[in-house]
Ligand binder design. Sequence first.
Ligand code: ASP
Length: 281
Amino acid sequence: MSQAIRLILHGGAGAAADDMRTGAHLSGLGAQCAAMLEGGAAALDVVEHAVAEMEASGLYVAGRGSKANRDGDFEMDASIMDGATRRAGAVACVRRVFSPVGLARRVMQDTPHVLLAGAGADRFACDLGLRTIGSPAEYFVALQSVDEGGSPHGTVGAVALDLSGALAAATSTGGTSGKLAGRIGDSALIGAGTWADEAVAVSCTGLGEYFIRVAAAHEVAARVRLAHVPLGQAVDQVLAVIAADGGAGGIIAVSSRGEAVARWNTPAMKHYIAEMANGCM
Ligand code: ASP
């Protein structure tokens, strides 16, 4: 048994956002998720819960807060991975499901596949009886004329280590500005935007094309596993490779040894790190 839980949530990397609503939401949700882990909840359930709540909030560019692509349609990506078993599920370019991360979990659990995309993924959600979006105009914040507190900002993600020592990671996005219809980012790709194994769990944010080209999330885990690099150093090294290519973003990661790391090379990354009494960060 491991001694302590670890949890980090992110709400996207980018410009420094002085957003009181998001800060309050992230810390409330983070405290709730930390309490779930302290109570014995599985890391996999907690990261799914955290990401699903962020999708439903409309505060982030995921789920309700998604951005339209160049055709004016909303296409969402999400993925989830269970470190103990290395089982993984992901969805790309889904338009109808209420919780893309919830659907990714069902792809992992209920199919022999890892990634479902587009109409087939949406049909799978309907077949399962999952909650779907009725009218886009009534659902997506971007289509609503009344905006009470600024536009949604940031992809979302969560990483956790539970009391049994199991790790999990999940990521969800409503995409990047000006994306073409059918574009799939790193958030849908296991190994690029999301990774979890027996030693490390990782979730990334930033322009996905840069993260895909270096298999960023897996690259962090590989540096820890194969080169025995401390987690913080591995994350910094991967962000440096991305920066050298012209990219920018952020990475959150926790390890089975209790390391918890949140780093970014953009002006800011909204995030929450659970405070531990005997924490080692
Ligand atoms: N990584 C996401 C994507 O490229 C966007 C983000 O993290 O802001 O789809």
